[in-house]
Design a binder for this molecule. Structure first.
Ligand code: SAM
Ligand code: SF4
Length: 327
């Protein structure tokens, strides 16, 4: 079992399988993209399978595949098939922009993948296209509806962006009237590949809640798991729910159970810090599984208590793009 220096059990791995993406969301990276990693610096499929085996053997019970866009990787299903038979892995989740997932939906279901997070910052086509700088709206919307129809536990992630998509909050909530999904509104974080820097945000979780509460009277607060990053609510009579994720305000750090591994193998113990080590390098040297696990445990033993504490230790983390970190 992985336990950090603050006695927190670390059982959730967010694994980025690529840093590439077919969209260019303006809060994530510049229009021209970022300096993507050299192909040889990305994990090979053999390495991803070995890495996940090692991590699950060490107590990871939930893996979320992320990126970049996970489905840009043509061999992504090979990894998911491997994960599906790993004993001890209870939850395989995916975070996706839903542009390329369509053909894989039946197999994902057959393999037992249940939780799919779809990033959708607008329910209106024009806003969607302005934010993503691509014209994939119909495909995304159709895939979203198909995922819901197939019974996946779908969560829509919407980053609330000042001056861009605030007008989408209410239509997205109305979506939960008819569909059993959770729409989660996230605070924008300054991980955009250096496009813009900011120290405060207007649309923090309290402002988002107040805005919603102005328009709906009957909002019920729901109980959430201790490790949940979202504060969850339900509008009376609506099929779905909504959540607020204070990703910039960071109210949830105390119960953090996550570890991140980037597509190039950087081990990130906190979103607001820099990598503590590179595990791809270890996999490429003749280290035994036990040796690799010892390195991981050592890194887990150096975690900051909160993102604010971590941020103090490093300069320049905000030049990074979320496509390299995995969200
Ligand atoms: N491409 C996939 C997607 O968009 O769902 C997976 C990778 S993406 C980096 C993971 C999550 O990070 C997405 O939900 C995205 O909205 C979020 N994200 C990206 N940049 C962000 C930022 N600057 N602030 C907050 N969330 C961000
Ligand atoms: Fe791509 Fe996801 Fe970043 Fe958008 S948020 S550019 S879909 S990696």
């Amino acid at each position: 079992m992985l336990i950090d220096n603050h006695h927190r059990v670390i059982n959730y791995l967010r694994l980025a399988v690529t840093d590439r993406c077919n969209l260019r969301c303006n809060y994530c990276m510049p229009e021209e993209g970022i300096d993507f990693a050299k192909r040889t610096d990305l994990f090979s499929m053999v390495e991803l399978c070995r890495l996940s085996r090692i991590m699950v053997a060490q107590g990871i019970s939930k893996i979320r595949l992320t990126g970049g866009e996970p489905f840009v990787r043509k061999d992504i299903m090979t990894l998911i098939r491997h994960l599906a038979i790993l004993e001890g892995l209870e939850d395989i989740s995916v975070t996706t922009n839903a542009t390329l997932i369509g053909p894989f939906i039946p197999e994902l279901k057959a393999l037992g993948v249940k939780n799919i997070n779809v990033s959708l910052d607008a329910i209106h086509k024009d806003t969607f296209e302005k934010i993503t700088r691509r014209n994939q709206y119909e495909t995304v919307y159709n895939n979203l509806i198909q995922l819901i129809a197939e019974g996946f536990n779908v969560r829509i992630n919407c980053i609330v962006l000042d001056g861009q998509n605030v007008q989408e909050i209410l239509p997205l909530l109305e979506f939960t009237k008819h569909y059993e999904v959770s729409v989660r509104f996230l605070e924008e974080m300054p991980f955009n590949g250096g496009t813009k820097s900011f120290q405060t945000i207007q649309w923090n979780y309290k402002a988002i809640y107040n805005y919603i509460a102005e328009h709906y009277q009957n909002i019920e607060k729901l109980n959430s798991e201790a490790t949940s990053t979202s504060i969850n609510y339900k509008i009376e009579g609506y099929k779905g729910t909504f959540g607020l994720i204070p990703s910039f305000s960071r109210t949830f750090c105390g119960s953090c159970n996550r570890l991140r591994i980037s597509a190039t193998g950087d081990v990130i113990t906190c979103l607001y810090g820099k990598p503590r080590m590179n595990i791809r390098t270890l996999l490429r040297t003749a280290q035994t599984e036990t040796e690799i696990q010892q390195h991981i445990q050592a890194v887990i033993g150096t975690r900051s208590k909160t993102g604010f504490e971590e941020q103090e230790k490093y300069k320049g983390v905000f030049n990074n793009s979320m496509t390299s970190i995995g969200g």
